[in-house]
Design a binder for this molecule. Structure first.
Ligand code: 5GP
Length: 175
């Protein structure tokens, strides 16, 4: 698989990704029954994860999105751009849904903003996490896969705009 003349090889298959999301959804179902729940997806990468996660939930939840960006090509810029947060989150239990945690800077920034709102609680769901790259401590309650420090694309994740539509996740070749 070639994207923008970089080679990528299969890494996580659709069935395994879906299985991991179902497992997370079951835990959410158990924890949030009877509680007001707000699912906050982080655009662009988490659009697919949010869509699949809510298919496996059997409780009512509000869904909204925030846009964050810090990556250029295959590297983080270290500077997180954030758009205003939905005010409807106040008075609810918030689940931030992220595609991947790398340095943790996006989440640190987001958590700081959410703490200023009157939410009942705030936890993090991430499909992927690269623990070796974390620069700031973030507590992630629900993780699909911990992965090494290799650039990945697919299932919502892009390389310079391409690759989000793929159902499997690929990693950069010769990583
Ligand atoms: P952090 O703020 O934790 O460093 O970065 C989080 C964001 O960086 C993710 O939401 C994602 O957009 C981007 N990112 C981090 N690692 C990767 C990667 O391996 N592949 C892609 N496509 N994006 C990544």
């Amino acid at each position: 698989m070639i994207i923008h003349s970089k080679k990528f090889v299969p890494y996580l298959l659709e069935a395994d990704i879906q299985q991991a999301i179902q497992t997370i959804a079951q835990q959410i179902n158990q924890t949030y029954t009877g509680k007001p729940l707000y699912i906050l997806g982080v655009l662009n990468g988490a659009f697919r994860l949010v869509a699949d996660l809510v298919r496996y939930l059997d409780l009512p939840a509000e869904v909204g999105f925030v846009r964050a960006s810090s990556y250029q090509g295959t590297d983080t810029t270290g500077e997180v751009q954030l758009m205003p947060l939905p005010t409807e989150m106040a008075g609810k239990h918030v689940l931030i849904v992220e595609d991947i945690i790398d340095t943790g800077l996006t989440l640190e920034r987001l958590l700081g903003e959410i703490q200023k709102m009157q939410v009942l609680s705030c936890e993090i769901v991430a499909l992927l996490s690269k623990p070796s790259k974390l620069r700031v401590p973030v507590q992630v309650k629900y993780i699909g896969f911990e992965i090494p420090d290799h650039f990945v694309v697919g299932y919502g994740l892009d390389y310079d705009g391409l690759g989000r539509e793929m159902n499997d996740i690929y990693q950069i070749a010769n990583a």
